[in-house]
Design a protein around this ligand. Structure first.
Ligand code: SF4
Length: 273
């Protein structure tokens, strides 16, 4: 059986995961699996590098400390469209320098001549994305005190367990060049954890039977949160660990089950992978 076929056909020789056992059992099992993922990534990357990558992931999603940090994350979502966040992260210093530290007032004041100049800077040279950030800065400044200052009030009547649907719709219409995914990624980077689920983490969780295929992204994030509580960790650290395991560890799109330390506990393990 091929690896991809094995993923569609759970290994029935192992006990199937029964989420009906309840959220406490899922959190405990998930915590045990995340500890095994920690060990695997410690061994692969070295403990210091693994810890540094988790710290960066958490820092990228912490509730922004200033309006400029919040606006900068909105701009990063726009720049990441079509190229991914890793490239944006590598250009972060250059982008911040070119955009005046992402202070919304400074970005809103940029002119056509500035756009022309920025197209020669060592940043992501995409005129449409640069212009979208400038337009969004102007919109940001329409809210007295800055857009982010009003976010708690906007969130007050929304529902975190459903993934902040009203807030996502509001952000999508308040800014340009943001589709549904972009709006949700922005909210996630403003600290709204259930707004968006990392696709890699979600894949690992599905394969391990911690969530089911049709489960909503927000429900998946609640499971991540319950595991984080069981481990007394930041939920972004748990998500980041599983995202790394999905990107560079065993559970890649084509899984390497024979090298996976979780294979004896994974209902989707393949003997061929
Ligand atoms: S055994 Fe490991 S690599 Fe294979 S599907 Fe399960 S978690 Fe992923």
């Amino acid at each position: 059986m091929s690896a991809s076929a094995a993923l569609k056909e759970p290994n029935v020789s192992r006990p199937a995961v029964r989420r009906r056992k309840g959220p406490g059992a899922v959190a405990r099992r998930g915590a045990s699996l995340v500890r095994a993922i920690d060990l695997a990534l410690d061994g692969q990357l070295g403990a210091d590098e693994y810890a540094a990558r988790l710290r960066r992931y958490v820092a990228d999603h912490d509730a922004p400390s200033t309006d400029a940090v919040a606006f900068g994350r909105l701009c990063e979502v726009i720049f990441a469209q079509g190229i991914g966040f890793a490239i944006v992260a590598r250009k972060r210093e250059e982008l911040a320098s070119a955009f005046g530290g992402f202070a919304p007032a400074a970005v809103a004041a940029l002119t056509d001549a500035d756009v022309h100049r920025l197209m020669g800077e060592p940043i992501i040279r995409n005129g449409a994305k640069i212009r979208a950030c400038i337009e969004n800065a102007r919109r940001w400044n329409l809210v007295s005190g800055g857009y982010f200052s009003g976010i708690a009030r906007m969130a007050a009547d929304d529902d975190h367990a459903s993934g902040w649907p009203a807030l996502a719709a509001r952000v999508r219409t308040d800014f340009v060049r943001l589709n549904e995914t972009g709006a949700r990624q922005t909210l996630k980077r403003w600290g709204f954890f259930t707004a968006f689920g990392h696709p890699g983490t979600r894949r690992v969780f599905e394969r391990l039977g911690l969530i089911e295929a049709g489960e909503s992204p927000a429900a998946g994030q609640l499971v991540v949160g319950s595991i984080a509580r069981a481990l007394s960790r930041d939920p972004y650290a748990v998500e980041g660990a599983c995202a790394l395991f999905a990107a560079i560890g065993a559970c890649r799109p084509q899984p390497r089950c024979t090298q996976c330390p979780l294979s004896d506990r994974c209902p989707h393990a393949s003997a061929d992978g």
